[in-house]
Design a protein around this ligand. Structure first.
Ligand SMILES: [Cu+2]
Length: 197
């Protein structure tokens, strides 16, 4: 299985796997490792087009185009958005994640509670069925970065390790878009008080 993964993602795959091992043991080190290149830098790898366009694949799971939104100073939370494609033969579950820029990473859903749209962790994780894909987008399922350690600035990138039940930990790079990007329908994430768990 390992050799199949490396064959598909020869260059970027190897460096990301190495970086993940470091990030897991020493979260602070990931930022200092030049091999853990942001998505923008990966576009120079024209020899591996699939690896340079914001796609991160491991064990049948591909995470596409992870992005977040610039935050105001003092913001404690931020949303993360992406698409998960399951090309494997079995269902998998997107459980959680970890990143240097926040204390916790959860997988959230939106739900109407007492006529108010609120967000909450997806109970048991987000199932991605075999052969299907799930979109995490403003107003729907999303990654929640909780306890932001610093503001997110437009056009910067940051790394995160996304945890799947079967595919394991997948290192990805989020690109930060403008503060108004796809803002409609996602207003419930802005005030910290709206985070009702
Ligand atoms: Cu949320």
């Amino acid at each position: 299985m390992i050799s199949r993964i490396h064959a598909a993602r020869l260059t970027l795959g190897a460096s990301l796997v190495a970086a993940t091992a470091f990030a897991g043991a020493f979260p602070g080190l990931a930022q200092d490792k030049p091999s853990h290149a942001p998505a923008g830098a990966a576009t120079h790898e024209s020899a591996a087009p699939a690896a340079g366009d914001g796609r991160f694949t491991q064990a049948g799971i591909t995470v596409e185009q992870p992005w977040s939104r610039a935050t105001a100073k003092g913001a404690r939370i931020a949303g993360g958005y992406l698409r998960v494609v399951n090309n494997g033969d079995a269902d998998d579950v997107f459980l959680a994640g970890a990143t240097d820029i926040a204390e916790r990473v959860e997988v959230h859903e939106m739900a109407v509670i007492d006529n108010v749209m609120r967000m909450r962790p997806v109970d048991g994780g987000l199932v991605v069925k075999a052969g299907e894909s799930v979109e995490l987008k403003p107003g729907g399922y999303h990654v929640m970065f909780i306890g932001l350690k610093r503001p997110l600035r437009e056009k910067e990138t940051f790394t995160a390790d996304l945890e799947f039940r079967d595919a394991g930990t997948i290192p990805v790079t989020f690109t930060v878009r403008g503060i108004g990007a796809h803002n409609s329908g996602h207003g419930t994430e802005k005030p910290a008080g709206a985070h009702g768990g």
